[in-house]
Write a protein of this length. Structure first.
Length: 283
C-alpha cells in the first residue's frame, strides 16, 4: 500500500522545534487553565499548526477545562485551515483540582463539580471550530470523519485504553495521522507503552515531549487483528513487563530509560492493578 507522509519531517520532530515558540505566539490559549507542562502546551500548538493539514479532524480525549483544546485550536488557526477540534471529557473537577488548578489560574470560585459551561466560556475564541463531547469517554464512540491528530489524556485504565483504541484508532489515516499519548511515561499508566509496543506494526515513535508525552505516526491501518494484538485488558503483569522492556529499546534515541524504569518498578509494586487511581508509590 502506498502512503503519503506529511511534509513535516522526522528530523523536525527530533529537533523539538516547538520549543522555539515565544509567549506571544501562544495567543489566547495561554489564558486557558491547564495541567499541561509549558513544553506540552507548545507541542500541541506546534503539532496542530505544522503536522496537521486539514485532511482530517483533531480529537482531544481528556481536555479538562479546555487547555489542551485551546492550544490545538490555536495551532489550527495559525495554520489557516480552520481544522475542527472534537474535545471529549467528563467536564468535572474535584474541589482539590478546582483549588490547585482553576482558582490559581484566575477562575472565580464556584460551587459543584461541573465545568462544562466553564470550558465553553474559556473556549469561546475558537467556538466555531470546537465541538465538546461531555460524558464518560468509555460510553462514547467515534463515528465521524478521519482523524488526523489524536491526543490522548484519558487512558487511565486498561479498559479505557482498549476502548479508545477500538473506537478511535481505526479512523486514523495511515502515513499521515499522529497519535499523542500524554501519559505514555507516567508511572501510573504502564499499560500505555505496552499497548503501543504491542501495536508496533501500526505506530512509529516520532517525538518525545517531557515529562511524559510520546507521539507516534500511524504507519499502517489499524485493523481488527491489530487491535486484538494490542489489547491490554487481559494481559498478565509479566506480559506488560516484557512489552515495557521492548519499548526501552525502541525509544533508545531519547533519554527516557529512567522514566520507563519507574513505570516498571510501579507495575511490580502494584501487581494486577489496572487503574491509575489504584497505583501507590509503596505497597
Amino acid at each position: 500500500m502506498n502512503v503519503t507522509f506529511p511534509s513535516l519531517s522526522d528530523a523536525e520532530f527530533h529537533a523539538r522545534r516547538w520549543r522555539d515558540l515565544g509567549p506571544s505566539e501562544l495567543g489566547a490559549a495561554a489564558s486557558v487553565p491547564t495541567m499541561l507542562s509549558d513544553d506540552e502546551c507548545k507541542f500541541y500548538l506546534w503539532l496542530a499548526e505544522h503536522a496537521a493539514s486539514g485532511k482530517g479532524v483533531i480529537v482531544d480525549l481528556g481536555c479538562f477545562a479546555g487547555g489542551s483544546t485551546a492550544y490545538l485550536a490555536q495551532g489550527a488557526q495559525r495554520a489557516g485551515h480552520a481544522q475542527h477540534v472534537h474535545a471529549f471529557d467528563r467536564f468535572r473537577a474535584s474541589e482539590a483540582v478546582k483549588r490547585d488548578v482553576l482558582y490559581r489560574s484566575g477562575v472565580h470560585p464556584f460551587d459543584g463539580a461541573r465545568i462544562l459551561e466553564l470550558a465553553r466560556t474559556l473556549l469561546a475564541p475558537w467556538a466555531p471550530h470546537v465541538t465538546l463531547h461531555p460524558g464518560p469517554i468509555e460510553a462514547q464512540n467515534w463515528n465521524g470523519p478521519p482523524i488526523e491528530l489524536l491526543v490522548i489524556d484519558a487512558a487511565k485504565s486498561v479498559a479505557l485504553a482498549d476502548h479508545i483504541a477500538a473506537s478511535f484508532f481505526p479512523a486514523l489515516i495511515p502515513g499521515r495521522s499522529i497519535v499523542v499519548q500524554q501519559d505514555f511515561l507516567h508511572w501510573k499508566t504502564p499499560w500505555l507503552p505496552a499497548q503501543m509496543e504491542l501495536m508496533a506494526d501500526c505506530f512509529a515513535p516520532i517525538a518525545y515531549c517531557p515529562p511524559d508525552t510520546v507521539a507516534f505516526r500511524c504507519i499502517s491501518p489499524v485493523t481488527t487483528e491489530a487491535l486484538a494484538a494490542g489489547r491490554v485488558t487481559a494481559r498478565r503483569d509479566a506480559e506488560l513487563v516484557a512489552a515495557l522492556k521492548s519499548v526501552a529499546v525502541r525509544l533508545a534515541q531519547w533519554d527516557v530509560a529512567e522514566r520507563l524504569h519507574t513505570s516498571l518498578a510501579a507495575l511490580k509494586r502494584n501487581p494486577n492493578k489496572r487503574r491509575a487511581k489504584d497505583f501507590v508509590r509503596r505497597p
